[in-house]
Design a protein around this ligand. Structure first.
Ligand SMILES: [Zn+2]
Length: 396
C-alpha cells in the first residue's frame, strides 16, 4: 500500500520516497513507492503529472491491490532506491479548482433545486456534472451560476475530515456513504459535506471563478458544463478581446453586437436578392456581349466570360443562353465556380467534356448532357481555363 500524501495535504507537491516495486509493461516503465504525493486517476479526477528523479511521470494509476503506479517512458529505478518526486503545480491547481467547483455546483443544484449529482467529468478543457432531471430552464442556470460564485466570494475554508463511518453518518452528507471504515469527507464551510478522495482547494476563493457554459442532454438527463479557475478567467479574457474588437468595428456596446450581426445578415440577404434581380435584367446584354466573342475551336463554336462573384443561378443561365445562341459550348467563371454549357444541337456532352477538363486542370465537378459545374477555380485565371477547355474541345 502506498501512503497517499495528498490525502491529508493537497499542498504538498514535493516528497522523498523509496521504490517498493518497479517494472515494465510493453514500452512503459512503472514504480510503486512507499509514499507519494501524486494523485492517481480515480473518482472522476484525472491523475497528476510531474517528475520522479527528473524523469517525467506521464500517468498515475491505482491497481487492484490499492498500490499506486507511477508510469514513465524510461526506467525509474530498482526496489530500495530513494526517489525525489515533484508534482506539476499547474495541473494540480487546475484539477483542485475543477473538483472544488464541482462540489460547489453540485451543492447549489442540490440545495436550490433538490437535484442529485449522477456523474462527474473533470477535464482539462472543461468539466461537467450530470443531474437527475431531463429539463432545466436557462434562468435557473443563471441563478445557480450566481449562487456558486457567491460561495467563492465568501472565501469559505475547505477542510479534509477523516472520520469513522458511524461518525460520518451523523454529518449532513450530500451523497450517501458507500464505504465502511475510515471515511474522508470534504467539508466546505458549514454548507457542504461530501465523502471524496480528490484534491481540493484550501478555500472557496481559490476556485476564483465558475462559469456554467451550457446544458447538454445525456442518457435522458441534463449535463451541466462548466469552466472553473484559470480556464474560466482565460475564457473571459479571450472573449473580452474578441468582443472589444467587434465593438470597435461596429462602434457599439458589446451587448448590441447580436443585433448588429442580425441586421448585417438581413442586409446581405436583401443585397443578394437585389444582385440576382439585376443579374436577370442584365442577362440579355451579357449574352450578346459573350456571344460576340465567339470563336471556332476544332469543329465547334466556343465563347467564354467572367461575371465576377455573383449568384450561381446567373452564371448557369448565362452559360446556357450563350451556348444555345452560338450553337456550341460556353464557359463562364463566377468567383470560384466554372459553368460549362453546351447547346443541345451541338452533339457535345457537358459532363464528359468536364471530366476531361478536370483531368487536365486538377479541379473537381461534374454534370449532365447540357450543363456542368466545377468548383475550386481561382479568380483571374479564366484565360488558363479557357486554354485548357479549348484543348479539350479541339480533341473532340
Ligand atoms: Zn469529490
Amino acid at each position: 500500500m502506498t501512503e497517499r500524501l495528498y490525502y491529508n495535504d493537497p499542498n504538498q507537491l514535493e516528497f522523498e520516497a523509496t521504490i517498493r516495486e518497479s517494472g515494465q509493461v510493453e514500452d512503459r516503465f512503472f514504480a510503486v513507492l512507499d509514499r507519494s504525493a501524486f494523485y492517481p486517476t480515480s473518482g472522476g479526477q484525472p491523475h497528476d503529472t510531474g517528475q520522479l528523479n527528473n524523469i517525467d511521470i506521464v500517468e498515475v494509476t491505482v491497481e487492484d491491490d490499492e498500490s499506486v503506479r507511477h508510469w514513465s517512458n524510461s526506467a525509474l529505478g530498482e526496489p530500495g532506491d530513494t526517489v525525489r518526486g515533484v508534482v506539476d503545480t499547474t495541473r494540480r491547481r487546475h484539477f483542485r479548482q475543477q473538483h472544488t467547483a464541482q462540489h460547489i455546483v453540485s451543492h447549489v443544484f442540490h440545495s436550490m433545486y433538490s437535484l442529485r449529482t449522477m456523474s462527474v467529468h473533470l477535464g482539462e478543457e472543461y468539466s461537467a456534472i450530470e443531474f437527475n432531471t431531463d429539463t432545466f430552464p436557462p434562468e435557473k442556470l443563471k441563478q445557480a451560476e450566481k449562487a456558486s460564485n457567491d460561495i467563492l466570494a465568501q472565501n469559505l475554508p475547505i477542510e479534509i475530515l477523516i472520520v469513522a463511518a458511524a461518525e460520518a453518518a451523523c454529518l449532513p452528507l450530500r451523497k450517501e456513504l458507500t464505504r465502511t471504515g475510515k471515511i474522508r469527507v470534504i467539508r466546505i464551510g458549514d454548507i457542504e459535506y461530501s465523502p471524496c478522495g480528490g484534491t481540493h482547494c484550501n478555500s472557496t476563493a481559490e476556485v476564483r471563478a465558475i462559469k456554467l457554459t451550457g446544458i447538454e442532454k445525456i442518457r435522458g438527463r441534463i449535463l451541466v458544463k462548466f469552466l472553473a479557475g484559470e480556464i474560466a478567467l482565460e475564457d473571459y479574457f479571450g472573449r473580452y478581446e474578441v468582443t472589444s474588437e467587434l465593438s470597435r468595428k461596429f462602434t457599439c456596446h458589446f451587448s448590441d453586437l447580436p443585433e448588429k450581426v442580425i441586421s448585417l445578415q438581413t442586409n446581405a440577404s436583401e443585397l443578394r436578392q437585389e444582385v440576382a434581380a439585376l443579374g436577370k435584367e442584365l442577362l440579355p446584354v451579357r449574352v450578346e456581349s459573350m456571344a460576340g466573342s465567339v470563336r471556332t475551336v476544332g469543329k465547334y463554336q466556343f465563347a467564354s466570360g467572367d461575371i465576377g462573384s455573383t449568384d450561381a443561378k446567373s452564371a448557369v443561365q448565362l452559360a446556357q443562353a450563350v451556348a444555345e445562341k452560338i450553337e456550341g459550348a460556353a464557359l463562364v467563371q463566377s468567383g470560384g465556380r466554372l459553368v460549362i454549357a453546351v447547346s443541345s444541337q451541338s452533339g457535345l456532352h457537358a459532363g464528359k467534356l468536364t471530366s476531361k477538363f478536370n483531368q487536365r486542370s486538377g479541379l473537381k465537378g461534374g454534370g449532365g448532357q447540357t450543363m456542368a459545374q466545377i468548383g475550386g477555380a481561382e479568380d483571374g485565371k479564366l484565360s488558363q481555363y479557357v486554354e485548357l477547355f479549348s484543348s479539350v474541345l479541339n480533341d473532340e
